[in-house]
Design a protein around this ligand. Structure first.
Ligand SMILES: CCCCCCCCCCCCC[C@H](O)CC(=O)SCCNC(=O)CCNC(=O)[C@H](O)C(C)(C)COP(=O)(O)OP(=O)(O)OC[C@H]1O[C@@H](n2cnc3c(N)ncnc32)[C@H](O)[C@@H]1OP(=O)(O)O
Length: 717
């Protein structure tokens, strides 16, 4: 709804009221129509101010309403009504003016913003475009290049930057509503005719064709198949080339296509899923809203390889004092330099001073006695990690939380090395740790709710989306990666090439196909794990392609034996111009090697098509996702989907693997898995899991209902 009052004698003040972000729900839209009528018909009122309740102007259209038929007054004519008002209307922008919120402000005749307010048109992240005139008014107000940037990236600008762009008329550090009311008094006698943005001509640009060609190329490269960024460029082009009314018609057409697309549904699901994962729970019944996190003022990071460095930077940037520890002197010196320059670059980007005084260094564990939380980031080796946890347990003051950045080792084993296993949790960061938004917080069977709450909260403080998951090999992300990688290897054995598999996966929307990804992260990483698991040697009398009773592909091991570790050695699944090179080129040696391998093992290469690559890789991954839900390792499909989109470059416009399974149709996923499992009975990951079968038997309910079919995990406390 919206509240109305008359202030300072002649100003009609309209306050949008819909906590927490004053989204433009049907009730709010009706409220605006009613209060505008009041203000315009009250003869004492000479000008109008629109503001938002509780220091937030407006977070945009109510996204929750998009899934049902629209009711209430539509936004486009509402904004048109504000713009054509005969009395001057001023938007008082505090907190946020996003999406439809900024479009409403663009319909006002003046915009006054707090310097710290955030303004933007982030619809592109929801699979949409600014569909209430934003794509047509913004270029008219700030010019085509700046509008293209804001609309295609969805980035927020501060009030201060908005002033530079010409998006707002005035910026203040004082009370924005008071300033807007003063401003409204000062323009009360000026007819707003010349202030209607829709009547502005679009500022001329010397070479519109080149500008739009360049923009289209850039968005297509980044979009990975998403429709919205492309439609955003098309809509702005309409603003630049057509009269306003025709531009609005084009905006409507493009919006209608996006609005009804599966992509918009997927991206909106992802928006809410990112927020839902914050409401975590544990099998014990402990929950986010009943558990208080411990305070973390000072933390220690142990091991300053790539991960430890990134984690240290993320902590310092979150305002936590850090002791960064590394026993290898050379590594320590290099880390100091690298961390300082990362902090300096980050501070420059954010326009603040680098907090170099927040970090100290040590070559021994002693400082652990004085910290609230430790994050161990040493080499991925259980014996080494156990030793570190034993030492920490002896050194740390009571109550210090002990966290491991392991990417898949058993948290319970680490906890059992300490005197207080309840203080131990996994904090699985993703590289680069100061950039990537995802954090998997892993609770073991004895982790206390407070330890989980502390890690979750610390992740949030670092600007991450934290997802709480149970303890199992590989946790959620890497556990699901295993069957996906396996299928890719098997497909090579059966006749395809790394280039074809990668092409199919990249066309699907992954930033990198599985083989390019594996070259980037290093083939030796998986090799070491397989070695530790005793998988490298075939048992006597068994085929080299069977290990521990299941089909196994030794291809990765054979490459490692040749010293082909990927980008770092200049050779892997592809070849590179030098060690450390980044441009992957097909490698004739690799193709010959695959042929030889097939001959040696009596395999006849067959033609493998796009559909088979996609189905075998993705459906095996999804099937593992269903198993994870069945095992209670993830509390719901949203947890898995957020992990995959934010940590494994799953395309956001496909929602995440579990959401995508629903889009494809659970029945179809089940049938195809059954088909492939029949063809390959020695690959257990292709055997459809019970939860998937159960969901299909129950009519394939939509993803938000799946939790009803999950067994309540039993408390192990
Ligand atoms: C059949 C054919 C028809 C075709 C024609 C259709 C034409 C339709 C015309 C429609 C006109 C479209 C108009 C417009 O262009 C579209 C939009 O405006 S889309 C919305 C754009 N806005 C955003 O994307 C902002 C989203 N929100 C945020 O980024 C953040 O929430 C925030 C505002 C920056 C605040 O961040 P925080 O303080 O961190 O808080 P949270 O993020 O945790 O949010 C708190 C709480 O609020 C919920 N929420 C936030 N924004 C919205 C919203 N816009 N709608 C609904 N709910 C919102 C959020 O989910 C949290 O709640 P929780 O999920 O935790 O319960």
């Amino acid at each position: 709804m919206a509240q109305y009052s008359r202030v300072s004698g002649t100003v009609g003040l309209i306050t949008l009221l819909n906590p927490p972000v004053n989204a433009l729900s049907a009730a709010v839209r009706q409220g605006i129509v009613d209060t505008m009528d009041k203000a315009l018909s009250d003869r004492k009122v000479k000008s109008v101010v629109i503001c938002g309740h509780n220091g937030k102007f407006c977070g945009g259209a109510d996204i929750r309403e998009f899934s049902s038929p629209l009711t209430g007054p539509p936004l486009i004519p509402l904004i048109q009504g504000v713009e054509s008002a005969a009395k001057p209307v001023v938007a008082a922008i505090e907190g946020v003016a996003l999406g439809g919120g900024l479009e409403l402000a663009l319909g006002c005749h003046y915009r006054i913003a707090h310097s710290k307010a955030r303004l933007g048109l982030p619809e592109v992240h929801l699979g949409l475009l600014p569909g209430a005139g934003g794509s047509q008014r913004l270029p008219r107000l700030i010019g085509v290049p700046a509008a293209l940037d804001l609309i295609t990236t969805g980035r927020h600008v501060t009030g201060a930057e908005a002033l530079q762009l010409g998006l707002v008329d005035k910026v203040t550090d004082r009370n924005t509503v008071d300033e807007a009311v003063k401003f409204a008094l000062s323009v009360a006698d000026q007819p707003p005719n010349s202030r209607r943005v829709s009547t502005f001509p679009c500022p001329r640009h010397p070479d519109l064709d080149a500008l739009f060609e360049g923009a289209m190329q850039r968005v297509r490269q980044r979009a990975r198949g998403a429709l919205a960024p492309v439609a955003c460029v098309q809509a702005v082009r309409a603003a630049a080339t057509l009269p306003y009314a025709q531009g609005m018609e084009r905006e409507r057409e493009l919006m209608a296509t996006l609005f009804t697309s599966g992509q918009a549904r997927a991206q909106q699901y992802h928006f809410f899923a990112q927020r839902a994962v914050g409401r975590w729970s544990m099998p014990s019944g402990a929950r986010w809203d009943t558990t208080k996190p411990g305070a973390v003022h000072k933390a220690m990071v142990i091991g300053l390889g790539t991960m430890g460095r990134g984690i240290s930077v993320a902590l310092v940037q979150a305002g936590v004092s850090v002791v960064a520890m590394e026993t290898n002197e050379k590594q320590l010196m290099e880390a100091k330099q690298a961390i300082s320059s990362m902090l300096e670059r980050g501070a420059k980007r954010r326009g603040v001073a680098p907090a170099l005084d927040k970090i100290g260094y040590s070559s021994n564990m002693e400082p652990a006695a004085d910290v609230d939380l430790v994050i161990e980031a040493v080499f991925e080796d259980m014996a080494l990690k156990k030793k570190v946890f034993q030492q920490l347990s002896a050194l740390c003051k009571p109550g210090t939380f002990l966290c491991s950045n392991t990417s898949g080792l058993d948290i319970d084993q680490l906890a059992s090395e300490t005197r207080h296993p309840e203080l131990v949790v996994g904090m699985h960061f993703f590289a680069p740790a100061h950039v990537m938004k995802l954090l998997e917080v892993v609770y073991g069977s004895r982790s206390s709710p407070q330890a989980v709450a502390t890690a979750m909260e610390l992740g949030k403080q670092m600007g991450k989306v934290s997802v709480a998951v149970g303890n199992c090999r590989g946790f959620v992300g890497n556990r699901m990666l295993k069957p996906y990688l396996e299928q890719a290897f098997f497909l090579l054995e059966e006749g395809t090439t790394p280039e074809f598999v990668d092409q199919v996966l990249e066309e699907f929307g992954f930033a990198m196909g599985v083989f390019r990804m594996s070259d980037l992260s290093g083939l030796d990483v998986g090799w070491r794990v397989r070695k530790a698991d005793g998988l490298l040697n075939a048992s006597e009398g068994h085929s080299a392609r069977i290990r521990q009773g299941c089909r196994y592909s030794p291809l990765g091991d054979l490459l490692c034996e040749q010293g082909r570790f990927g980008q770092k050695t200049g050779r892997g699944w592809y070849q590179y111009d030098k060690p450390g090179g980044r441009v992957a080129k097909p490698d004739p040696w690799l193709h010959g090697f695959l042929e030889k391998f097939r001959t040696q093992h009596g395999l006849v290469a067959r033609r493998i098509d796009h559909q088979e690559v996609l189905e075998r890789c993705l459906y095996a991954l999804m099937n593992e996702g269903f198993r994870i839900l069945e095992d209670g390792i993830a509390a719901g499909p949203e947890d898995i989907d957020v992990i995959y989109v934010l940590g494994y470059s799953w395309p956001p416009h496909r929602g995440g693997p579990m959401f995508y399974a629903g889009m494809v149709g659970l029945q179809k996923v089940l049938e195809r898995l059954e088909h492939y499992h029949q063809e390959h009975p020695d690959i257990p990951s292709l055997k459809p899991c019970n939860l998937l079968r159960n969901l299909v038997v129950n009519g394939s309910p939509p993803v938000h209902k799946w939790r009803e079919f999950l067994k309540k995990p039993q408390s192990q406390l």
